[in-house]
Write a protein that binds this ligand. Structure first.
Ligand code: SAH
Length: 502
């Protein structure tokens, strides 16, 4: 290509990449421009030239796209957390819908017609700001050396102060300012990444939307002293406890030089150990998704995994529940069950639910949550899905009973981004449930796994993206697969399956 680094060029953005970058072409050569929106004509400076494409930085918008909007957050380009904030929310939703479709077609090898037939419209948010119930702010020094909360500037060690991320709650600002003022007054040193000194590393804030209860956890680089974990601890607690709805204040010790935020243990220093939240069931078959009146209660501690967008989570789980098609008798496995949120949803309509999760603490939470909601038909197992499931299958495969663990009616999976282990998919195919519900946070690995399941005899029935993370490029997807004529297809399935797995 005749262009080189630092050249400034004019380009029209015609497409968007999966990471949210704008894609334009100069003489047929693709140029990836971060922060540019599809439809923009921009001036961009080339930052890196590769053999078949180049990267560029947005310098100036010459003619804005009809989809371009004024971002609400002044820091959004520096922070990088919201890759799509300059794009109209409706267009963001279409981008996500397209991303799922393209992955199914290009990576999953499904025919475009088939995907179009089963793909339902993305479930968007009513309001795409202030949706997060969890905020984790790094604490450090700003350029003047004052304690600050915000985000790290690029690859540096200094913090760009921003105590009001628009994805989080408004109250976070008051909480952070209270902590920073206390630190300044009492000379409590912020953590310094480059040399591992200082005390306060991170502040974690969690809010239960249903009850309003707030939890604050300070991550500290130092152990307990005779007068407490923090100097003048009483003064900090007095101020924090005056904030409306403050329910729990804790500390977590993390003295390691690591990117992991939380330490292994948490000590409550004021109030309760957990906050209480509710997740309500919605009827997703109706267009306005009304609440059904059923709800489940969960206790959340600083270390527990809990979905970060509670309002969309209700829709996501309700969709999984609806796709599972339960009538009260079914045996269901819920793999990658975390603290049992989806399992307990399923248990309200199933005969028996078995949850599997690798983290022992999460399984403890799952059992406590089952008890809290008086659910007796959910059992939980600690271990990797790809190990626990084959083990039970081997043990129970010769049983004839219809409620056998080896012959579930439905299997639900909600794996992390890397998707399901192939061994896990293989046993799922052998167990041959009527329906599989796949909840995914990465449509690329989803497409890969769906190909294996469909080659093993399943059919794509319904696919619906759910926007859990407005302004970012992430998208959650719920998929229903079914294997209706089990006996009729059995032979065919086994043959196809052998081809794939062996
Ligand atoms: N369904 C839950 C959690 C989904 S997140 C919810 O919605 O809240 C994915 C979960 O899978 C995490 O809790 C993670 O700890 C767990 N996990 C990761 N790898 C696993 C594996 N190989 N087997 C079982 N669980 C696993």
């Amino acid at each position: 290509m005749e262009y080189k680094k630092n050249d400034v060029i004019k380009v029209t953005i015609e497409d968007m990449g999966t990471a949210g970058e704008g894609i334009g072409k100069i003489n047929g050569f693709p140029l990836f421009v971060k922060d540019a929106v599809i439809g923009d004509t921009v001036e961009a400076k080339i930052t890196k030239v590769k053999k078949n494409y180049a990267y560029a930085r947005l310098e100036k918008v010459l003619a804005p796209s009809p989809f371009r909007v004024e971002p609400v957050c002044a820091c959004h380009r520096q922070c990088g957390g919201c890759q799509l904030q300059s794009m109209d929310y409706e267009k963001q939703l279409l981008f996500k819908q397209d991303k799922v479709k393209n992955h199914l077609v290009r990576l999953g090898g499904f025919a475009e017609e088939e995907v179009k037939r089963v793909l339902e419209p993305v479930v968007g948010m009513e309001s795409p700001y202030r949706y997060r119930n969890k905020a984790q702010y790094p604490i450090g020094k700003d350029r003047e050396g004052n304690p600050a909360a915000g985000f790290y500037a690029g690859r540096t060690h200094s913090i760009i102060a921003n105590t009001d991320c628009f994805l989080g709650r408004e109250e976070n600002r008051e909480i952070l300012e209270t902590i920073l003022t206390y630190m300044k007054e009492f000379h409590v040193p912020p953590y310094e990444e480059e040399n591992g000194t200082g005390l306060v590393r991170h502040v974690l804030i969690r809010t239960a939307f249903a009850t309003g209860q707030i939890m604050v956890c300070l991550v500290l680089n130092g152990h307990k002293k005779p007068d407490g974990y923090l100097p003048h601890q009483e003064e900090l607690l007095k101020r924090l406890s005056q904030i409306d709805n403050m329910t729990s204040v804790s500390v977590s010790i993390n003295t390691e030089k690591t990117n992991v935020i939380m330490g292994k243990e948490v000590r409550t220093i004021w109030g309760k150990d957990t906050i209480r939240d509710c997740i309500r069931v919605r009827d997703m078959e109706k267009e306005d998704m009304p609440f059904t009146g059923e709800k489940l209660e969960f206790a959340i501690s600083p270390l527990s995994f809990y979905q970060v967008n509670p309002l969309q989570t209700e829709k996501l789980y309700s969709l999984a529940l609806q796709y599972a098609g339960l009538t009260g008798k079914e045996t269901v496995w819920d793999l990658y069950c975390g603290i049992g949120t989806i399992s307990l949803f399923l248990a309200t309509r199933a005969g028996q639910v078995y949850g599997v999760e690798v983290l022992p603490q999460a399984i403890e939470d799952a059992r406590a949550n089952a008890e809290r909601n008086h659910i007796e038909n959910a059992a939980f197992f600690t271990g990797k899905a790809e190990e626990v499931l084959p083990e039970f299958y081997e043990k129970h495969r010769h049983e004839k009973e219809s409620d056998s663990m080896a012959r579930p009616d439905v299997i639900v999976v909600d794996p992390p981004r890397k998707g399901c282990d192939e061994k896990c998919l293989k046993v799922m195919l052998e167990m041959a449930p009527e329906r599989i519900v796949y909840v995914s946070c990465d449509s690329a690995t989803l497409a890969r796994d769906l190909r294996i399941l469909c080659d093993g005899g399943y059919e794509l029935r319904r696919v619906r993206p759910v926007d859990q993370f407005g302004h970012t490029v992430h998208v959650e997807t719920v998929v229903l697969l079914s294997y209706n004529s089990r006996r009729f297809l059995k032979e065919k399935r086994t043959k196809r399956f052998e081809k794939i797995i062996m």
